[in-house]
Design a binder for this molecule. Structure first.
Ligand code: PMP
Length: 415
């Protein structure tokens, strides 16, 4: 990796950014918190907290069903958030923006409303070996339900997709390709443009799991040409319990509803029920209005900082940390792809990742340890678990130094 890490932009004022995140002032075990777990869930800025509070304080009522003023205010806030999401990912229409609980629910929606209804024996779904469980298990369930087959494209020892092997697995039987945009366990950025082009040439649809990409890269679903794109609010400085399924309108229109209940219907009788138009057809029940409002505020926040500026800052930290950890004896980096986003997975020789995480926590350094919901990735690299440091818009060079120093202490403790 780079011996001389790229300098962060002078215009990016990380101390100013940190003032928006009061939780970063927390003290842990007598040390200032060093939060290096944004890939699991990022922290929320005051702008998001205030938008949620403002909605709850002044505008809350149930949506879509009321003629009274508060219901209309809540509906305007919720549907306004949908328009904000549309603009953020440059979708063609708000009909293509389905609010879900998160990435997991969005993928399950496509699995059950699209794949389950269309696939059968002989059909194939193609994923990669670096997927999060959320982009594996829903497809395994569909295979059990329909008799279709799951194929897995291999990765190499750097944690990169073996593109030629992937392309060979594509064929007339491939109906859907479902891949991560960025791997949560390894940080690998996948060549999604190439993947989409190859899949479409083979006649397959493509779902991109964008959970780890959306906070680090500008996503333009129309330019990408993805058929489905999924992400979660809580990894984008927004609330938990809210996420998005983007789907091309033509596909969503042809899909039957997934869950039944209020809001997703036009008329109900015991003889025949008719379904609502997009996007509400896929949003049964009272939705997460405050979550949507918070997500919209998070998108405003990210655009104020500039997603490219955030990404450049994080890349600088990633390069610094990569160079520093490479110099620590006994540390092995897991995932050394040429193109990576803000994730650094590693092991320390002779130390279980959980023990390492505990020692780091005793010094205020929060990293994630475990299999990162990507057990097949751990199996591939022959490790039970890794420690994972991940960066967000608020992390600093000083925090990279704190990680390095805490790892040095861990080395002393474990000998
Ligand atoms: N895919 C990837 C790549 C992820 O990193 C995650 C979250 N760790 C998910 C899917 C699932 O997201 P959520 O738990 O927010 O539904």
């Amino acid at each position: 990796m780079a011996a001389n890490p790229a300098p962060t932009s002078a215009a990016y004022d990380v101390e100013r950014v940190r003032r928006d995140f009061p939780i970063l002032n927390t003290t842990v075990n007598g040390h200032p918190l060093v939060y290096l777990d944004s890939a699991a869930s990022s922290q929320r800025p005051l702008q998001v907290l205030r938008a949620v509070e403002d909605y709850e304080t002044h505008s809350h009522a149930n949506v879509h069903r009321g003629v009274h003023a508060l219901s209309q205010a809540a509906t305007a806030a919720y549907e306004g958030a949908r328009e904000r999401v549309r603009r953020f990912i440059n979708a063609g229409s708000t009909r293509e923006i389905i609010f879900t609980r998160g990435t997991t629910e969005a993928i399950n929606l496509v699995a059950q409303a699209w794949a389950r209804n269309r696939l059968g024996p002989g059909d194939e779904i193609l994923i990669t070996a670096l997927e999060h469980h959320a982009n594996i298990v829903p497809w395994q369930m569909v295979c059990e339900q329909t008799g279709c087959t799951l194929k897995v494209a291999p990765i190499n020892r750097r944690g990169e997709l073996e593109f030629d092997a992937f392309a060979k697995l594509l064929g007339p039987r491939t109906r859907l390709v479902a891949v991560a945009h960025v791997s949560n366990a390894l940080g690998t950025i996948l060549p999604v443009e190439r993947i989409i082009a190859a899949a479409h040439a083979a006649g397959a649809l493509v779902l991109i799991d964008g959970a780890q990409a959306i906070p680090h890269a500008r996503v333009d679903v129309r330019a990408l040409g993805a058929d489905f794109y999924t992400f979660s609010g809580h990894k984008l400085y927004g609330p938990t319990g809210i996420g998005v399924l983007y789907g091309r309108e033509e596909l969503l229109t042809a899909m039957p509803p997934w869950q039944g209940g209020g809001d997703m219907i036009l008329t109900v009788s015991f003889e025949k029920t008719t379904y609502n138009a997009l996007p509400w057809k896929f949003e049964a029940g009272t939705p997460n209005m405050s979550g949507a409002v918070g997500l919209a505020a998070a998108m405003d926040y990210v655009e104020t900082l500039g997603i490219e500026a955030i990404a450049a800052h994080e890349t600088h930290l990633l390069e610094l940390a990569t160079a520093a950890l490479t110099r620590i004896p006994g540390i092995e980096l897991i995932g050394t792809a040429a193109h990576k986003a803000a994730v650094l997975s590693f092991t320390m020789q002779g130390v279980h990742a959980h023990d390492l995480g505990t020692i780091l926590d005793s010094q205020g350094v929060a990293v994630r340890t475990g299999h990162h919901c990507a057990m097949p990735v751990m199996t591939f690299f022959g490790v039970p678990a890794t420690a994972r440091a991940s960066f967000g818009c608020y992390n600093t060079e000083g925090e990279v130094a704190a990680l390095v120093s805490a790892l040095g202490k861990a080395r002393e403790v474990f000998g």
